[in-house]
Design a protein around this ligand. Sequence first.
Ligand SMILES: [Zn+2]
Length: 137
Amino acid sequence: MGMGRVFVVELEGKVYTCLTCGTHLASADDLISKAFHCRHGKAFLFSNVSNVSIGDPEERMMLSGMHTVADIFCVSCGQNVGWKYESAHEKSQKYKEGKFILERGKIDDRADGAETQFYIDTTRPVDPSESMYVDED
Ligand SMILES: [Zn+2]
């Protein structure tokens, strides 16, 4: 019950970790798409992440439309590792609601050894405009 003690969950299997401190952030099982981009390069969409704190939601205009997003931070080191989609205003983008972006440059993706295990789930819509994704905050 100590003040300031951070409870960190250990994920199993192939995991994506915080590049700064090695804290487990997401399981490869929860990866939805690698076809996203952020200001700093590639970004991955996950259905769930662990060991993050969520900032205040704000409106951001992206190339795929207006979204309400909240930045997410590693609970161990405080690094901003991506964002959560709280809501999407465009119907075609609703599939992202409640899901999380981790920026490729902020995570260690050595879990990617077997690339073929991580193909995009083709049952989900993948917006071609995501390839030009711009996070304008
Ligand atoms: Zn960290």
